[in-house]
Design a protein around this ligand. Sequence first.
Ligand code: ADP
Ligand code: MG
Length: 241
Amino acid sequence: MSTLTISNLQAGIPGKQILNGIDLTLKSGEVHAIMGPNGAGKSTMSGVIMGKPGYDVISGSVTIDGEELLGKPAWERALAGLHLVMQYPTEVPGVHIDEVMREAFATRGRDTKELDALIAKEAGRINFSTDLVARSLNVDLSGGEKKRNETLQLSLLKPKFAILDELDSGLDIDALRDCARRVEAATTEDNLGVLVITHYARLLEELKPDFVHILAAGKIVKSGGPELADELEKSGYAAFQ
Ligand code: ADP
Ligand code: MG
């Protein structure tokens, strides 16, 4: 059992504060949904937690089991058990998915002998063609293929905590169901803790949240159970802005 603790996180870009004090505690196996209007700071929050360059942290802390992550490069945060599924996955020409996974396994001291079989098995679970595994990372992949590729990496790397920044943007209903179901399965099979950023209740029908938080203007303004997502679907964000 691990705990990701975000305390009084204030951060932004040079000259502009975007996050105004975020507090959130996420335990292994839990799914927390973050919902909020455009521009609320959801992507900023995911980038700051993962260590994406370009943000300034003003104050606060982000820890996994007491180990401070702020100040560390993204790769060290990944080794500590954190994984970010980006809203717009980066294209990396010339670098193949299976090569990236081989390096990541080696860095984690994991055996790479069974990797090809593992990739085939995990790709099958989310209907991702193994032909795409030997292609350049995200280059010329469709929206659905990119998110299946991100989900494949998540299922292979088995992080302690995953942040999914709008997993549902740019993919069709079948791809959304395959990806969301695989992440939901990881919460029970591997005790994965999930922070899922979404605008839509549809994703949360497959990836069932234990808690829903509304982020507005860089702060969590309301927290509740899954019923909060249904409430938002009906009433929108107007009451929270
Ligand atoms: P969300 O993901 O909730 O839609 P973001 O975190 O992307 O919101 O953005 C929050 C606010 O910060 C927005 O007003 C956005 O324009 C601004 N912002 C984020 N990143 C940058 C940046 N690199 N440069 C300028 N403004 C930014
Ligand atoms: Mg965003």
